[in-house]
Design a protein around this ligand. Structure first.
Ligand code: OGA
Ligand code: MN
Length: 213
C-alpha cells in the first residue's frame, strides 16, 4: 500500500507539465481551466464580500511614496489573504496553489518556500504602469500568478489588458492578455516586465507570488 502511495505521488499532471514547459520555453504560461467556473464564482463572491466591508486599501509601491505619485503608477485596491483566516473558497484556492507548488518543487527543484496573495480591484479608470514584480532590495519573488475573477460577460472593450513585454530574438514584443474570468497567468517575476492597461469597468483578480527564501 505504501508503495502505491509513493507511486501516486509521481503521477504526471498534464496541466502542471504544460505550465512547466511554457515557463521553460517562454517564461510565461496562460491556463484557462486551473479553477472551475464554480470556483471562480465563489472566489469572486469572497472578494466582493470583503470589498463591501471595506477591507481593501490602496496599493503602495514602496514605503513613504507620495500618494499622488502612487496613483500615477498604479490605481488598484488590494487586500492580502491570510491562509489561516480563509473562507472556503480561499481554502480551495490555497489547496490548489499548494498542490502546484509541491509539484514544481518536486519536478523542477524551484525551491519555493513562501507565497503571498492579495485580491485586487481596479476601479474604472485605473491602471498599473509597466513594471517588474521584484523589489530592488529583495529578489525572492520567482513566479507571479494572476487569476482573473471578472464577470462571465467580460468584454475585450472593458480594457484592463495585461501586457507582457517579451524579448524574442533581441526584439521586444508585446503579449496582450485579456482578463477573462478564470484565466490564470503565471510568469517569471524577475524577467518579465508588464503593465495593466486602463480599465473601463471594475476589474477583479487574485494576484500573488511564489518566493524562495
Ligand atoms: C501586479 C500586476 C497584473 C494583472 O499586481 O503586480 O502586475 O493583470 N498585476 O492584474
Ligand atoms: Mn506586476
Amino acid at each position: 500500500m505504501e508503495e502505491l502511495f509513493e507511486q501516486l505521488d509521481f503521477i504526471e499532471n498534464p496541466q502542471y507539465e504544460q505550465i512547466i514547459s511554457d515557463l521553460m520555453d517562454q517564461q510565461y504560461s496562460i491556463v484557462e481551466t486551473f479553477f472551475t467556473e464554480e470556483e471562480v464564482h465563489a472566489l469572486r463572491n469572497s472578494l466582493l464580500d470583503n470589498y463591501k466591508e471595506d477591507s481593501f486599501k490602496k496599493a503602495a509601491i514602496g514605503n513613504k511614496v507620495n500618494e499622488n505619485i502612487i496613483k500615477s503608477i498604479r490605481g488598484d485596491h488590494i487586500m492580502w489573504l491570510d491562509q489561516n483566516q480563509a473562507t472556503p473558497a480561499e481554502t480551495m484556492f490555497f489547496d490548489k496553489v499548494n498542490n502546484l507548488i509541491s509539484y514544481l518543487n518536486r519536478t523542477c527543484f524551484l525551491g519555493i518556500l513562501q507565497k503571498e496573495f492579495h485580491y485586487a480591484v481596479y476601479p474604472t479608470g485605473t491602471f498599473y504602469k509597466r513594471h517588474l514584480d521584484t523589489f530592488q532590495n529583495d529578489d525572492r519573488r520567482k513566479l507571479s500568478i494572476v487569476c482573473y475573477l471578472n464577470n462571465e460577460n467580460w468584454l475585450p472593450e472593458n480594457g484592463g489588458e495585461l501586457v507582457l513585454y517579451l524579448n524574442e530574438n533581441g526584439e521586444e514584443t508585446e503579449k496582450v492578455i485579456y482578463p477573462f474570468p478564470g484565466r490564470m497567468v503565471i510568469f517569471e517575476s524577475q524577467i518579465i516586465e508588464h503593465e495593466v492597461k486602463p480599465v473601463n469597468t471594475r476589474r477583479l483578480s487574485i494576484t500573488g507570488w511564489l518566493k524562495t527564501r
